[in-house]
Write a protein of this length. Sequence first.
Length: 555
Amino acid sequence: MIIRILTENTTACPELTAEHGLSLYIITGGKKILFDAGQTDAFAENAARLGVDLADVDLCILRKAVKELPGRERQIILMRFGLEGHQELTQKEVAQKLKAALAALDSGTYIAPCKMTVAEWLDVWASQYLGGVKESTVAAYNATIRTHIKPGLGAIRLDDLDTHLVQSFYNGLREPTKDRAAVSPKTVKNVHGILHKALQQAVANGYIRFNPTNSCILPRIEKKELQPLDEAETKLFLDAVKGHPLELLYTITLFTGLREGEALGLTWDRVDIKKGVIRVEGAMVPDERSRYVYKETNKTDASRRSVPIMIPELLFALKAVPKAGRKGPVVTCHINTIYKAANRICEREGLPLIGAHGLRHSIASLGHFVGVPEAEMQVLGGWKSAQTMRKIYTHVEQAGQLVDVAKLNVQLFDLNGDLDEVLRRLEGEFAFVLLDEFARGTNPDEGAAIVQSVTAYLNGKNAMTVLATHYDNVAQRGNAHYQVIGLKDLDVDKLQAEIAARGGDVGVELISQHMNYGLYRVEGKQDCPRDALNICRLLGMKPEILEMVEKNYEA
């Protein structure tokens, strides 16, 4: 008998390839036999170098044939000849592993070794097991896998991965290297979340017996509280961005609370300047290659919303864009540019480094300060829950105040209709006076006369006055006079026909949909709009009563 070794674990000849497993060329009884238990086709390459002609082989016993054997016999052969890819150093060690494998086979708990590396399995998992996950989330997973997990664990065989290896990997991420800076605890948590999910699927598939990430200890995340800009800082920031290419985007973010992706995804067809509303219905999100693309789906269902244009500075900024330019995206730039440019501006002006997201943060806290109800602020900002909004965005000092009003040189008073106190405070100092339905408790003739007189008096004082009233002919010369658009531009007859056609109790709902609460400027003398009469007509008031109302009104 002649036995020639084609491959084994080691070799003294540099021209030959060594690998785990054993390949033998045997000549016995006039027969030529090839026994191959190697990992690859290295036996053929070595045979050529040794001058062995495999074309003359009479019988082949190949490794792949072992897979056809019953489980117990197959495992005995795999362990006996080292076909699992593990190098067995001693006979005792082989016996121990064989005994454990046979016990697992008998109990039904044995899992065959998995030859895939961590990198190979992550590729499979990311491509085949994330079907129900958002594209943007998949893109973020792939970026983390490519940037962090594969460089650290990718080359390790899946079934060689243990808790200690993973823990060492996590700890190493927190240390800087020549190729990267130390990552944050939050990033380590993100890495752990992805790796844990991938390995949990590997357990479910039977590739590994347990998830080695289960017992790992993650670094503590110390959340840094992002302080919002106060009133003075907000004004300074707005002054600093005047003329900046991203001035409009920063103004939108600051005064609407839109996320960066939502602001970049905002198109002019969703900005209704006339009605004073911005519809948030899409966002720029990263795709599978980390390129930002427009997507109709927002972050959460709550993100799809309508945001009123409440702040004059925002309205003026939007109107400043020529009508010819109001097409397509409102602002175009890379999302990273927003953050970097905002922080450069903040650093130059001595402001907190808040980035663009900090502007969204500021409007939430400002809304809390001025008394916007929590439920309304949650809807405006697109937060999934009020708890999230309070936890992340609302800042209330221990004394219960958001800002130091003395520092801002502003005093707010709720005078509850005390006109004498209002007038007293006007002596010698500037005031911003808000009068909501003043004198509404008296009869129309006297009420109109009182409001007209107070308005004329305030015109001569060092004050800015905003007056809301239902009385006619209150505006004085030089005053800006605005009225609610209401149903002014509506075809009442057409809407009445629609209500009649649909039937049922739909009138109030349809009227609410068509009611425009925006304002338009009135030039010269003009009576208050008479939408109440139209609403009565739309809701089906008897014609004889409507006729009497119109006659009394004209009289």
